[in-house]
Design a protein around this ligand. Structure first.
Ligand code: ADP
Length: 434
């Protein structure tokens, strides 16, 4: 500022000197007024030219270096030069902030989409592609409703009430569920965040199915018992002989309900985390012989050919009650779903990978599409047959969850009308070493 003042003062001094000089010349030639006009107009012209040079530079987009001013214009052009450097640095800083923002949002697992007031896409991050199918290259500028045509989403956008998230199926896959949350910002712009909630959605479905299934399973025996009790209520005197079959039926239904509840409670216990290694190992040959006897008792007159293949005497450092229960489930299933006189093999062997228990049957087999669902609670391939056989539909869910406590895996291979193999693979640290 002080330099500017000094330069202005210098210019005024020059003007005064010039005025005096030309005034004297004017007096000498009797030309005073034109001389003074000449001095003023030259002065104005010279400053006007400096002003226009700077003005043109500003209009040209400030890409060229700042034109160097003369006199009082010198500090002005210097100040402009400094401002240009600062704004360049600010621009660089802003660009790096934007880049950092883009990189961090690109690293997010959630999709982030910026929308303008017309709901057209301004920008979207990388995760928008696998979740919503949006790409920065081809979809910027497109209205989001042209890409996400879900009626519920269009309604959500139109209603302009974004207090709650919206759950819809992803346009990428019918198997994927996404939660969308919109947050308005600035004037009419919106920030859309989409999250993959397939796992949560499935869990919620499983919970709802589970409640529905339990109610359904318990309703049948309760209806039977209630029906009989209503008949009994109308009678003044009860002929025990006549009602014995009814009592037997009620007892059977009561037992069935108790069995379902016990299985559910056992399953809940098995879902509670990892098992601790037991001090004593299970005597596997003894356990397998017991299993064979129990299977023969269940088979009774069906005369299944039950064969034991004990290829290792190494035991498991596991809870005997739990292991007996899950092996029993597999062996009893083999008896239930295998026609009379057919062969069932119960096998135990160990190798460097661990211990392996298998039940191999020549039974009805399971279709490929059902295999992956067998361990779901209450899933039965043939509802009627399974119930007739006294099954609860919880057996394989119990097997799977109990095995998970030992970091063991259930493997199922099967072919319709040929037979099935159910194998439990235990990691080596649960198996006796000698
Ligand atoms: P359930 O108590 O009904 O037997 P599980 O969970 O033990 O319930 O078995 C689920 C379903 O898997 C059964 O209903 C049956 O359809 C099928 N299943 C299980 N084991 C076998 C097998 N060895 N052979 C054929 N189907 C089987």
């Amino acid at each position: 500022m002080s330099q500017f003042r000094w330069e202005v003062g210098k210019q005024l001094s020059i003007l005064v000197v010039l005025l005096f000089l030309f005034w004297f010349i004017g007096i000498a030639f009797d030309f005073v007024v034109p001389m003074i006009i000449l001095v003023f107009s030259s002065f104005i012209f010279w400053h006007g030219r400096q002003f226009f040079i700077l003005y043109n530079w500003l209009l040209s987009g400030r890409k060229q270096p700042v034109p160097e001013g003369i006199g009082p214009w010198y500090p002005v052009s210097e100040e402009l030069h400094r401002w240009r450097l600062d704004s360049r640095q600010n621009k660089k800083h802003l660009l790096s902030v934007i880049n950092e923002f883009r990189m961090s949002t690109d690293a997010l697992a959630d999709a982030v989409v910026l929308l303008d007031p017309n709901a057209s896409i301004i920008w979207c991050n990388k995760a928008s592609y696998p979740l919503l199918g949006f790409s920065k290259k081809k979809d910027v500028g497109t209205r989001i409703t042209h890409l996400l045509r879900h009626p519920e989403f269009i309604k959500y956008l139109d209603e302009n009430d974004f207090s709650e998230a919206l759950t819809i199926v992803s346009p990428i896959s019918h198997e994927m569920w996404i939660s969308l949350q919109i947050t308005p910002y600035l004037q009419g712009q919106k920030l859309l965040v989409a999250r993959d909630i397939t796992r949560l959605y499935r869990l919620e479905q499983v919970r709802q199915d589970f409640v529905a299934n339990v109610s359904h399973e318990l309703r049948t025996p309760l209806t039977v018992i209630n029906g009989y009790l209503e008949i009994l209520e109308d009678k003044n005197e009860i002929d025990m002989q006549q009602f014995r079959p009814i009592i037997v039926q009620m007892l059977a239904q009561g037992k069935r309900m108790k069995h379902i509840v016990e299985e559910l409670l056992f399953l809940a216990r098995m879902e509670k985390g990892l098992q601790i290694k037991s001090q004593n190992s299970i005597d596997m040959p003894l356990l397998l012989s017991q299993l064979k006897q129990e299977a023969q008792a269940l088979s009774a007159t069906q005369n299944h050919q039950i064969e034991l293949k004990i290829e290792s005497h190494k035991g498991l450092y596991a809870n005997e009650q739990e292991i007996h229960k899950i092996f029993c489930n597999l062996v009893f299933n083999a008896v239930r779903y295998t026609d009379p006189n057919k062969k069932i093999i119960i096998r135990w062997f160990t190798d460097p990978q661990g211990g392996h228990f298998s039940v191999i049957d020549e039974g009805i087999g399971i279709a490929a599409q059902d295999i992956s669902r067998l361990t779901e609670r209450f899933y039965r391939v043939d509802q009627g047959r399974a119930r007739d056989e006294g099954g609860t539909g919880l057996g394989l869910a119990i097997v799977k969850h109990t095995l998970e406590r030992y970091r063991a895996i259930l493997e199922i291979t099967s072919e319709l009308n040929v037979g099935s193999t159910f194998s439990c693979h235990f990691p080596s640290d649960w198996v006796e070493s000698t």
